[in-house]
Design a protein around this ligand. Sequence first.
Ligand code: ADP
Length: 249
Amino acid sequence: MNPAIEIQNLRYRYHDGTEALRGVSFRINSGDCVGLLGPNGSGKSTLLLHLNGILPDNHGAHGAVRIHGLEATHKNLESIRRQVGLVFQDPDDQLFCPTVAEDVAFGPQQLGLAQVEVKERVRKALAQVGLPDFGPRATHHLSHGEKRRVCLAGVLACEPSVLVLDEPTSDLDPRGRREFKALLRELPATKLIATHDLELVVELCPRAIILDRGVVVADGSTPVLLSDEPLMLAHGLEKPHILFHRHPH
Ligand code: ADP
C-alpha cells in the first residue's frame, strides 16, 4: 500500500533566496499520527504548506510530495486538496465568512456537494468539535479556542484522509489544550502535527520527526527521541517534564 504521505528530497527556496527546505524525505503510513518538531524557522510551516500544494511554486520547489501515491503537482491539485486538510497556525488566516455555519460550509461547497449534504456535513463537523449550536454565531466574536475548533470543523467537513495541523494548541488554555487533544485522538485520519507542545507529542504521536535548518535531523520513536537530552538541546528543544515523571521506581 502507498504511504499516506511521502516526501522525497524536498527542497524549497523562497523568492528572497531563503532556503527553507534543504532535502527533506520521510514517509507516513495511513492512520499514523506523527509529531513534527523543530525550532522556529526550521521549515515546519513551509513543509506543511507543500502537503496540499499551497507552495508548489515551480521555481522554488524540487523533489516530490505524494499523497496516497498521487504526486502533489499542479495537475493533481484538486484531488490532493480533497484528501489533505490543512489547519493553519493562525485561525484568523483561515476564517473569513461572517458566520460559523457559512465558514464550515465553505470547504464542502467547494467540493461541489449538494446543499443538503453540505448542511449535514456542517452539522456533523460542529458536533465533532464540541460546538453543535455555534452555526449562527458571528465568527469574529468567538474566543481564540472556539476559532480553532471552527477551523478544524471546516477542515473535517471536507472529510480529508490526511490531516495536517500547524501548532494546533498554541495559545490555548490548559482546558482548551486538553479538549483539543481528546478531539484529535478520536479522529481516524492520518495526522502530521507541527508543534512546540511536547506533551501533545508524547500523548498523541508514537513517532516524531525533528527538523532543523530545513533538514530532518531525527526521525523515530517519540519517547526515545524526546528522552535524548543532547539531541533535544542541540535543536532548540527540551526534554518534556512529562517524561521526567515516568521513571519506574
Ligand atoms: P517554522 O515553521 O519551523 O518556524 P518556517 O517554515 O516558517 O519555519 O520558515 C523556514 C525558513 O523560511 C525561515 O528561515 C523563515 O524565515 C523563512 N521564510 C518563511 N516564510 C517566508 C517567506 N514568505 N519569504 C521568505 N522567507 C520565508
